[in-house]
Design a protein around this ligand. Sequence first.
Ligand code: OGA
Ligand code: MN
Length: 287
Amino acid sequence: MEVEDMKLSITPVQGRFVAEVGSVDLSQPMDDAHFARIHDAFLEHSILVFRGQRLSNEQHIAFSRRFGELEIHTARHWLLPEHPEILVLSNRGEEGTRPIVNGGAYWHSDITYKAKPPLGSLLYALEVPPEGGDTLYADMYAAYASLDDETKARIDDLQAIHRYGDRYQLMAREDKDRPALTPEQLAEVPDVVHPVVRTHPETGRKVLFVNEGFTVGIVGMPEAEGKALLERLFEHSVQPGHVYRHRWQAGDLVMWDNRCTMHRATEYDLRYARAMHRTTVQGDRPA
Ligand code: OGA
Ligand code: MN
């Protein structure tokens, strides 16, 4: 089928950073030509918004699998027992999973504390509060491109340390619903090192690849100096001109390219239910 014959529409929402994909039902099997169009849009835009979806767990997994193998998260208590590819972010808990109320309430990219961080995540909204609970996204291509030349030269060949255990265990101490990671789980997530500036493996564009959530230091730099540099980079990354705010409706599916974006959750009134399902597509080693 010619691309021009497709009903599927791609509408940029905020410059190049985000696009809304219309006239597509993700619950249905998709032919390769339609998938190729979505895949191209994903590389062009970094964040794709699909509104008005109605997906079973199987359908959510099936669409996600078109992009690659799926990640099984270390924190098993958030995974659906029948579908461990699905991580449940629900403030009420659901189907035997632990509730999360403070999940991702800090700037991060998902799972950069692994040697091969994810390619992307697909977050599907089942139930959302009438206001608040938005998700913010930061464009890390723009973050890199807008650095001054001196900073670029300073960071271009640096490596950073990424870590999960500290942040997780700290949050577990403050949250009765969050079980501490076991020694076995901690052993799954040893510190890893990634380049501070990575080249996106599919677009070839340079990306600032450090995040407040999991990047804890710079290799070979005294701790205070590394932290000060990281702080500067974090602050630079999330300036308003680089950020998109997604206001959720039930039935939205948002897919982000985890290699070139960060995101964070925002507050809402906890008297309301908020329930999301996330699948996470495996990625490759940053270079
Ligand atoms: C995530 C995440 C933020 C939110 O799903 O990875 O960080 O707003 N979510 O739920
Ligand atoms: Mn996240």
